[in-house]
Design a protein around this ligand. Structure first.
Ligand code: CO
Length: 167
């Protein structure tokens, strides 16, 4: 497995629409493997193929509660409710924004063996499905911001120095 480079939001590729996968072959399996390793190395909850420069409809998501999802040609088939979430993206490290997402989502796609997968999701998994499927349409979370003051820069973690003797 290979850790791939995650493109920054300034790269035009992450704003393009991705193509459907016509056939799941070894190259798609390798892509899924590499995306999973890349996502884990970056500490992310999800990753979409265009974020690593591959314009194909492939995503991976891993949440602490729901485990791992590898989805090819995923789509949202139903979304209900509305809630405000604070969201970030591996293409835009150091920023989080307040946006609206659905409360519950039904999604479908196929797994690496070409079997249909249907997912009923709420909470973090619903948010991740919407976020990653947005990526396949060239949409970043910042495109959902109502205004730029809903975006904030995370302060770098302060470096802890050993206490000095000085008072
Ligand atoms: Co993202």
């Amino acid at each position: 497995m290979t850790i791939l480079t995650i493109l920054p939001a300034s790269n035009p590729l992450v704003h393009k629409k991705s193509k459907r996968v016509a056939r799941i072959d070894k190259s798609i399996h390798k892509l899924l493997d590499d995306m999973l390793e890349t996502m884990r190395a970056a500490g992310g909850v999800g990753l979409a193929a265009p974020q690593v420069g591959v314009l194909l409809r492939v995503i991976v998501i891993e949440t602490p509660d729901e485990g791992l999802f590898e989805l090819v040609n995923p789509e949202i088939i139903k979304a209900a409710g509305e809630r405000v979430v604070e969201e970030g993206c591996l293409c835009l490290p150091g920023y989080i924004g307040e946006i609206k997402r659905s409360e519950t989502v039904k999604a479908k796609g196929v797994d690496r063996d070409g079997r249909e997968v249907r997912i009923k999701a709420d909470d973090l998994l619903a948010e991740a499905l919407e976020h990653e499927i947005d990526h396949l349409n060239g949409i970043l979370f910042v495109d959902h911001l109502e205004s730029m003051d809903k975006l904030r820069k995370l302060e770098p973690q302060p470096v802890t120095h050993e206490a000095s003797n000085e008072e």
